[in-house]
Design a protein around this ligand. Structure first.
Ligand code: 8X3
Length: 252
């Protein structure tokens, strides 16, 4: 039987690239997100191009009941999830803590922490019952290296880092692996959303060097989940060659 991969936030960036690479490799997919039209289009494309089965779950990961209802609605064929990629995440604003907007903070906390918890809690229990599975959390270099104006976003990625480590401990011996992929600068919609549509500000983040692409992260995820059963890739930090960590980037 084909393996089933659930990718959250599959409508763009790392999530979309991950859905594409797994489809290319013949995996069946559950793709989730809030933008119904994009999900529908992606499903169509993946089915036509690669002949895989794709199930769309369109819901808001911030809402606990919606997460529950979405996962309960899965048809039989998709109920066994072999790989979960917790990709959905965002930043909203880039200002000093003392100027932060609490509404933005809540959206980021609810997406990056609670969303991961809601989905993982349900899927992890199922994976334990089936005796195997692999949870891949998309963390960030910001998960251990907080930077100016990163405040709440960095805090949420610290939470993803801590959760990845504790999930790995708690799931030990169950057959369920946990990998945290921690990218630095990846050029996606991430910065455009963080800067609330200000393209100039978003473009500056990636100016003067070659940033990572969603595909680079997708390839890393595929590599991590394809290791033999006795090998666990616990954590991968991946940056552009021009970036050493959160603080050092060389720009031309
Ligand atoms: C994305 C990387 O440096 O913008 O998590 O926080 S960074």
């Amino acid at each position: 039987m084909k393996q089933v991969v659930l990718v959250t936030g599959a409508t763009s960036g790392i999530g979309e690239a991950t859905a594409r690479i797994f489809a290319e490799e013949g995996y069946d997919l559950i793709i989730t997100g809030r933008r119904a039209e994009r999900l529908k289009q992606l499903k169509q494309e993946l089915k036509e191009d690669h002949g895989v089965s794709v199930h769309v779950l369109c819901f808001d990961i911030k809402e606990r009941q919606s997460c529950q209802a979405a996962l309960e609605s899965l048809p039989e064929k998709f109920r066994q999830i072999d790989i979960l990629v917790n990709n959905a995440g965002m930043a909203s604003d880039f200002v000093h803590f003392q100027s932060g907007d609490v509404n933005n903070w809540e959206e980021v906390i609810d997406t990056n922490i609670k969303g991961v918890l809601y989905i993982s809690r349900i899927v992890a229990e199922r994976m334990v019952a089936q005796g195997h599975g692999h949870i891949v959390n998309i963390g960030s270099t910001a998960g251990t290296e907080p930077y100016e104006c990163g405040n709440v976003y960095c805090a949420t990625k610290h939470a993803v880092h801590a959760l990845s480590e504790t999930m790995r401990i708690d799931l030990l011996g169950t057959g369920v692996k946990v990998t945290e992929i921690r990218p630095g600068k990846v050029e996606t919609e991430f910065s455009l959303i963080r800067f609330h549509g200000d393209k100039e500000a978003a473009d500056k983040v990636y100016a003067g060097y070659e940033p990572l692409r969603g595909e680079d992260i997708a390839e890393t995820i595929l590599w991590a989940v394809r290791q033999p059963a006795h090998v666990s890739i616990n954590e991968v930090i991946i940056t552009p060659a021009s970036q050493a960590n959160s603080y050092y980037i060389v720009r031309k």
